[in-house]
Design a protein around this ligand. Structure first.
Ligand SMILES: Cc1ncc(COP(=O)(O)O)c(C=O)c1O
Length: 405
């Protein structure tokens, strides 16, 4: 027999901590809200009903709305339908998954590749598969949240070394003797600072101490010469970086992620990686877009050249206005502000003048390092950049920004 449940406390009270936490975020200038883009992604977008110049997209090569990707997606839907229906190991492994993996391996010059549903899933899953309790991970202090969560999920000991600090990494490796596995994980082009990891030196250290190197090429895939394969390939150290991860949703304009490496790495992940095994595989249209994007990346180096030209133009202009840009020489320009409230104020001021550049605050970046993360696309035209610089200058002349310049 069912008994009536008697509530002693209003059940809604149990969630009252949410209101408290949101209030705290607002007071600390750390509250976030979603902004709405209507229409396509591009250098000019409709944002919350206002036409603005877009300087905060990872669509670095402008492929997110390229006709070849649209066409490939449409054809894939016509031929293979919409959904994959299951995870790869059940019945969701389709022709296009394997075709894409062959293409990625070819681009990266590796034996094999494996596609993941997102970069976040790739990083968490790969790290938790390759190391475990009793092992040690050495992780750059500015690594992406997905790497940090992967480290935690693995239950290995985590040694965080200072950003690109080779001495600290060396000491950490030296102080971790033993037969346990050691893995060094770093981004190649850092997502929030736009600077490059010293990969050649990291590989040297790894070899000295018998560690595996895993590199996240999320922001490098598609943008580095010679063929868009990433920074590892540019440095010619592909045979020494055994785990190369990257994403399909940034320069490649679509969605998803990959890991490139040996046949046995692929096999191991297929057998053990929980974020690969226990999820429905990406649909055919997404695979087809990525295949089309890879073709463009290799056949149209002029896109990378256009991106580089745009970077040089904006960097030079911002520097001449007195902004501090950190060590970036890439398409990611961090305009260092420091204080979260001032950073968001600058972002809002720019937006009022039609320039969309997102403020980045803790916890995405360490406290006291809030910045505007300004990113470029190959499809920005010189007049877009000139207009942005005009606005930066105009705002700089308004007597409100006290810091960061
Ligand atoms: C360095 C880095 N790794 C991984 C990811 C996650 O990739 P995805 O967006 O495909 O989940 C991102 C995305 O923001 C990133 O910046």
């Amino acid at each position: 027999m069912l008994h009536a449940i008697r509530y002693y406390v209003n059940p809604k009270m149990a969630l009252s901590f949410i209101e408290d936490e949101l209030e705290q975020l607002k007071r600390a200038s750390l509250y976030r809200r979603l902004r709405l883009i209507e229409g396509e992604q591009g250098p000019v977008v409709m944002l919350d009903g206002q036409e603005v110049l877009n300087f905060c997209s990872n669509n670095y090569l402008g492929l997110a709305n390229h006709p070849a990707l649209r066409e490939a997606a449409k054809k894939a839907i016509d031929r293979y339908g919409c959904g994959s229906g299951a995870s790869r190991l059940i019945s969701g492994n389709m022709t296009l998954h394997e075709e894409l993996e062959r293409k990625i391996a070819e681009l990266k010059g590796t034996e094999a590749a494996l596609v993941f549903n997102s970069g976040f899933q790739a990083n968490t899953g790969i790290l938790a598969t390759l190391v475990g309790e009793g092992d040690v991970i050495f992780s750059d202090a500015l690594n992406h949240a997905s790497i940090i969560d992967g480290c935690r999920l693995s239950r290995a000991k985590i040694v965080v070394y200072g950003h690109c600090d080779l001495d600290q990494l060396d000491r950490g490796l030296r102080d971790s003797p033993g037969k346990n596995r050691k893995l060094i994980v770093t981004e190649s082009l850092f997502s929030m600072d736009g600077d490059e990891a010293p990969l050649a030196e990291i590989v040297e250290l790894a070899e000295k101490y018998g560690a595996v190197v895993m590199v996240d090429e999320a922001h490098a895939t598609g943008v580095f010469e010679p063929n868009g394969a990433g920074l590892v390939a540019k440095l010619g150290i592909g045979d020494r970086v055994l785990v190369q991860m990257g994403t399909l949703g940034k320069a490649l304009g679509g969605f998803g992620a990959y890991v490139a490496g040996s046949h046995s790495l692929r096999d191991m992940l297929i057998n053990r990686c929980r974020s690969f095994i226990f999820t429905t595989s990406l649909p055919p249209a997404v695979m087809a877009m990525a295949i089309a994007a890879l073709d463009l990346v290799t056949k149209e180096p002029e896109r990378r050249q256009a991106l580089r030209n745009n970077c040089e133009l904006l960097q030079a202009g911002l520097k001449s206005l007195g902004y501090t840009l950190g060590n970036s020489r890439s398409q990611i320009l961090p305009l260092m502000i420091g204080d979260a409230a001032q950073c968001m104020k600058l972002s809002d001021d720019l937006l009022r003048h039609g320039v969309f550049a997102q403020g980045i605050r803790p916890p995405t970046v360490p406290p006291g390092t809030s910045r505007l993360r300004v990113t470029l696309m190959a499809t920005h035209r010189p007049e877009h950049i000139e207009e942005a610089l005009r606005v930066f200058k105009e705002i700089a002349q308004e007597p409100k920004i006290e810091d960061g310049r």
